[in-house]
Design a protein around this ligand. Sequence first.
Ligand code: KG4
Ligand code: ZN
Length: 331
Amino acid sequence: MNILAIETSCDETSVAIIKDGHKEIATTILSQMNTHAVFGGVVPEIASRMHIENITIVIEDVLKKANMKLTDIDAFAVTYGPGLIGSLLVGLMAAKTLAFIYNKPLIPVHHIAGHIYANNLVKPLEFPLMALVVSGGHTELIYMKEHYNFQSLGSTLDDAVGEAYDKVARVINVPYPGGPLVDKLAHQGNDSYNLPLPLNDDSYNSSFSGLKSAVINLVHNEKQKGNAIIPENMAASFQNRVVEILTKKTMHALKDYNVKNLIVAGGVAANKGLRESLTKECITNNINLIIPEIKYCTDNAAMIGAAAYYAYKRGDQADLNLNAKAVETLK
Ligand code: KG4
Ligand code: ZN
C-alpha cells in the first residue's frame, strides 16, 4: 500500500511516499527555518503563507524522486493536529483535494503518533513498548500494548522540554532554533550552576517551567551584580537536570510496567545528552532501545506515512469534513 503523506503542522512543508508503513520510497522537506530565525521563533501567519506557496512544489518533487504518478498512490494521509491551525489547514486542504480527485481513502494522523512511528522506519516496533515523546510541544510517556494503541502515563504539567530548551537558549544568547545549539554548548561546558531537579517524584509527569525560571533568575541576578554567566556551563547544568529527570522517569515507567522496549520520539530525541544517558541505562537494565536517526526525529512526512498505514488498519478514515485541531490528545 503506497501512502502519500503530508505534514504541515509547524514550519516544515513535508511530503513523503511510504510503502506498507515501513518502507520510505521518497521524502521531501522544505524548511522555513531561515525565514523565522530573524524573528526568534515561528511566526504562524508567515508559516501558513509559505506552506501555501510550497505545498504543490513539494508534492511534485516527491513524486519525481519516487518516479511515481498520483495514480500510483493508494491513500492520502495528513497531519490533522495538534499544531498551528493555519499551517495544518494547508496540508489538510491539499490531502482532501487529492483524496477527492483520485477517489482514494483520506487518513487523518495525529502528529505525535507520527513521531512515534518514525521508529517503524528504522526497525519494526516490538510490543509492549514505552514511548518517550519529547518535542517542542510535547513531553509524554506513552505505553503501547499493540499497534496504534496509546495509553498516556504522564506528561508535562507546564512547558514541553523543547520549549524549555528554546527559552533557555534565548536567555543565554543562543540564536533560534535554540535546542540543538544548547545541546552542542552543553558538551563544551561543566555542570557548575546549582539548578533544581524538577518534579523529582514518583509520578510519570514532568515539569520544566521551574527549571527554566531558575536559569532565567540566575542569569538576571548575575547580570545585576555585573557578572556574566558562562553559557557553556549554564547549558551543561540545564541539560544535565533535564536528562537526569527524563531518564529517571522513563526507567521508572519501564520497570513498573515490566516493558523491555523503549522508543524515543520527537525533536528532542536528537539530543546527544539524552541519547547517551538512555543508551547507558538501557544497556545496564537490558532494555531494547530504539532512537531514530536525527532526520526522522524532527518534523517530517515520512513518519506520518508510517503511522497512517496502522491508523488505516485500525479503521481510521476521514471524509471531506475532516477539520484541523490546534490542540488534540493522542487516542
Ligand atoms: O518535533 P519537533 O521538530 O517539532 C515539534 O513537534 O515540536 O521538535 C522541535 C523541538 C524544538 O524545541 C527544538 O529546539 C528541539 O526540538 N530540539 C532539541 C534538539 N534538536 C531539536 N532540543 C534539544 N537538543 C537537541 N539536539
Ligand atoms: Zn513534531
